[in-house]
Design a protein around this ligand. Structure first.
Ligand code: PLP
Length: 396
C-alpha cells in the first residue's frame, strides 16, 4: 500500500484565519445591524493601476492575432520582464543579469517550491513571529525547524548567534506580521553569518515597496556578499495589487553555489521540469508596473495605505500603546493593552467597537500578547476604527 507523506500529520491546525472568520461570522449573525471594521486583512483593497490595466488589455489583444499570439511562455519568465526587473534593481545599484531573475506566479508558490533546492535533512531557521507558510512548508517536507523567538527587547529584529545550527534562514523584511525592518548593519550581520556557516538566506521582500526610510535596504543584494548566500523572493501582490492577478519574481545569483552545485542552474532545471511559464498577459501587465507611469501610480496607491498607517499610529501614540511597524510596512504590531492576551484583545475589540485585527499568537508562541493591524482597508473604515480605539481605550 502507498505510504502518504506522513508529515502532514505534524502540521498544526491553522486556527488563525479560520478562527477569526468564525468569530466574526458569529458576531455578525448576532448583530446584523453592526458594521465590521476589518483591520485584519492581509489582502489589498485598491484595484490595479491604469498602466497595468492598459497593458493587460494589450496582452489580450495580442493573443487575438496570429502575428502577436504567444503560446507557451519561457519557463523561467519572459525575457522582456526578466530584463525589466533587472533594470529596476540596477536603479538601486544592484547589478543582476536578466537570467538571475525568475518570474513566478507569486511569492507563496515560490516559497513552497524553492525548497526543492535543499536536501530534506537540512534545517530551517524561522524568526518568529512569522508568516505561517515558512513553518508549514518545512513541516510538510519533514525538515527540522529551529524557532528563533524575537520580541520587544530586540525590536523583533534578532541578531544571529554563534550557536545557531541551521541551513536555511528565513528573513522577511519588512516583516509580516511585525512591520519591523532590518537596517543595513543588522542584515549584513545575517549575510556574514550565512556566508561563514554555509547557510542560505531565503529573503522575503514582499513588502519592500513600503519602505520610505531610504537608509533601509529593499533588497538583500544591497549587502556585501549576499550573492554567495541568498535567494530573494518578491511579489507584485502588495506592491501593485496583484493578489488576485498573481505575479512575482525570484532572484537567484549565478554566484550561489554549495557542494559543487549551482542554485541558479538547478532552478532553471526545476522550472523547466515543473512549470510551463506564467501567462503572457499577466507578465505583460506586470512589466507595466516598472514603467514611469506604473511606478507613479502604484506609489499613489501605496500612499493611501500609508495614510491609513499614519491614522492608526497616531491613535496608538495618543493611547500610549507600544507598537512597531507602520512607517515602512503595511502592518502595525502592537502590545495588547492592560496585559490582555491576543485572543482576549481580539474579542474585546470585536464585541466593544466591531474592530477586527489579527491576534499575534497566530504567528508563533512569542506573538502572544501582541496584535496586528493591517493598513490595507479603506481610509474611511480605518479612520473610524482609530476613533473607536481612542474612545474605547482612552478612558481607561
Ligand atoms: N510573503 C509574505 C511575508 C506575505 O505576507 C505574503 C502574503 O501575504 C506572501 C509572501 C505571499 O504573497 P503572494 O501573494 O505573492 O503569494
Amino acid at each position: 500500500m502507498i505510504t502518504p507523506n506522513m508529515h502532514y500529520r505534524d502540521l498544526k491546525e491553522s486556527y488563525l484565519f479560520a478562527g477569526i472568520a468564525q468569530k466574526v461570522k458569529k458576531y455578525q449573525m448576532e448583530h446584523p445591524e453592526k458594521h465590521i471594521y476589518r483591520m485584519g486583512i492581509g489582502d489589498v483593497s485598491l484595484p490595479l493601476c491604469d498602466a497595468v490595466i492598459a497593458a493587460l488589455h494589450e496582452g489580450v489583444a495580442d493573443q487575438a492575432n496570429k502575428e502577436t499570439f504567444h503560446g507557451y511562455m519561457p519557463e523561467c519568465g519572459a525575457q522582456f520582464l526578466r530584463e525589466t526587473v533587472a533594470k529596476h534593481y540596477a536603479e538601486r545599484g544592484v547589478i543582476l543579469d536578466a537570467d538571475e531573475v525568475f518570474v513566478s506566479s507569486g511569492a507563496s508558490d515560490e516559497l513552497g517550491d524553492i525548497l526543492d533546492l535543499f536536501d530534506r535533512r537540512s534545517s530551517a531557521l524561522v524568526i518568529e513571529p512569522a508568516y505561517p507558510a515558512y513553518v508549514d512548508a518545512n513541516v510538510i517536507a519533514g525538515r527540522e525547524i529551529v524557532h528563533l523567538a524575537s520580541g520587544k527587547e530586540d525590536g523583533f529584529l534578532p541578531e544571529p548567534r554563534e550557536n545557531f545550527k541551521a541551513d536555511i534562514l528565513y528573513i522577511c523584511s519588512p516583516n509580516n506580521p511585525t512591520g519591523a525592518v532590518f537596517s543595513r548593519n543588522q542584515l549584513q550581520a545575517w549575510v556574514d553569518f550565512a556566508n561563514e556557516n554555509g547557510a542560505i538566506i531565503l529573503f522575503d521582500a514582499a513588502y519592500e515597496a513600503f519602505i520610505e526610510d531610504e537608509t533601509l535596504p529593499h533588497s538583500i543584494f544591497e549587502l556585501d556578499g549576499a550573492e554567495t548566500c541568498a535567494i530573494e523572493i518578491c511579489s507584485l501582490s502588495k506592491t501593485a495589487g496583484f493578489t488576485g492577478t498573481r505575479l512575482g519574481y525570484t532572484v537567484i545569483p549565478k554566484a550561489l553555489n554549495r557542494c559543487g552545485m549551482n542554485f541558479n542552474a538547478m532552478w532553471v532545471r526545476n522550472r523547466t521540469t515543473k512549470t510551463n511559464g506564467v501567462s503572457y498577459i499577466i507578465q505583460k501587465g506586470g512589466a507595466a508596473v516598472f514603467t514611469p507611469e506604473g511606478q507613479a501610480q502604484i506609489k499613489a496607491n501605496i500612499q493611501i495605505y500609508k495614510n491609513n498607517a499614519k491614522v492608526l499610529m497616531e491613535a496608538l501614540d495618543q493611547l500610549g500603546i507600544w507598537y512597531t511597524g507602520g512607517k515602512n510596512a503595511p502592518y502595525i504590531w502592537l502590545k495588547c493593552p492592560n496585559g490582555m492576551g491576543s485572543w482576549e484583545f481580539f474579542d474585546y475589540l470585536l464585541n466593544e467597537i466591531q474592530v477586527v485585527g489579527t491576534p499575534g499568537e497566530g504567528f508563533g508562541a512569542c506573538g502572544e500578547g501582541y496584535f496586528r493591524f493591517s493598513t490595507f482597508g479603506s481610509p474611511e473604515d480605518t479612520k473610524e476604527a482609530a476613533r473607536r480605539l481612542c474612545e474605547l481605550l482612552g478612558g481607561k
